[in-house]
Design a protein around this ligand. Structure first.
Ligand code: NAP
Length: 248
């Protein structure tokens, strides 16, 4: 049977690094993106260049019908799903809570929380032995922000990651007897485009020296932890968190 992983937001940053590792580890890789088709195509090409199988599809995780389309495309391309990485996530511009409007909150919660729930639902419906599946693994990409709160930057984003942590704990227990393990990674300050998107391209350079390990992390360092949690080597690990945050 194929090892099949669906990685949301697999076109850039942590998701792209995870997709490349998964390709090297022999997974068929289905990756989604929101708008940057060229970046997604590059990741697919890189996997295929090393003899792997991959496909990308535009699918916004804040849109339920696009999620359903994404999972169906994965079924058709690669057969039964064995792993999900709930990675797609975003934050708004850095600001205080007293300056946040409802539109921003809806966007961040719809993507980071509701998107993660709906993708987890689609994965459980395919992998749970209760639904005729053969089991599998889910890794949610949370954040150290869930325990730090991100004051003055994006408390809303931190709160969505708190919700992702609770999803991890609850779902892990719900499906533990159905062959599915559910875990999370909590990255710290990782060198990706997300900081520029939140209005501070130099955030890793500013905060890196204050991390106990005195540097920001690399996407590949997070991908390694994600792939271990998905692997058979983590066979007795569920409802767990790996902080990939340099001691922060
Ligand atoms: P990134 O470099 O900004 O990449 C985000 C990826 O998610 C892109 O592939 C993007 O697609 C996709 N995406 C964004 N919104 C989406 C949506 N609504 N539907 C589908 N795909 C969407 O971000 P990153 O730093 O790799 O972050 C990945 C995950 O790690 C996120 O959940 C983030 O919260 C978490 N994280 C990051 C850090 C960090 O310091 N970088 C720290 C802790 C946690 P497009 O290319 O099409 O836009």
């Amino acid at each position: 049977m194929n090892k099949v992983v669906l990685i949301t937001g697999g076109s850039r940053g942590i998701g792209a690094a995870t997709a490349l590792r998964a390709g090297r580890d022999g997974y068929c890789v289905m990756l989604s993106y929101r708008e940057d088709a060229a970046a997604a195509a590059q990741v697919v090409q890189a996997i295929e260049d090393t003899g792997g199988r991959a496909l990308s599809l535009q699918a916004d995780v804040s849109n339920e019908s696009e999620i359903l389309r994404l999972f169906e495309a994965c079924d058709r391309a690669f057969g039964p799903l064995t792993a999900l990485v709930n990675n797609a996530g975003l934050t708004g511009r850095q600001t205080r809570v007293d300056a946040m409007d409802a539109a921003r909150l809806h966007r961040v919660f719809a993507t980071n929380v509701i998107g993660s729930f709906l993708c987890a639902r689609a994965a459980v419906l395919r992998m749970s032995t209760q639904h005729g599946g053969a089991g599998g693994a889910i890794v949610n990409v949370s954040s150290a922000a869930a325990r730090l709160g991100s004051p003055g930057e994006y408390v809303d984003y931190a709160a969505t990651k708190g919700a992702v942590d609770t999803l991890t704990l609850g779902l892990a227990k719900e499906v533990a007897a159905e062959g599915i393990r559910v875990n999370a990674v909590r990255p710290g300050i990782i060198d990706t485009d997300i900081h520029a998107s939140s209005g501070e391209p130099g955030r890793v350079e500013r905060l890196g020296p204050m991390v106990p390990m005195q540097r920001g992390g690399h996407a590949d360092e997070v991908a390694t932890a994600i792939m271990w949690l998905l692997s058979a080597e983590a066979s007795y690990v569920t409802g767990s968190f790996i902080d990939v945050a340099g001691g922060r």
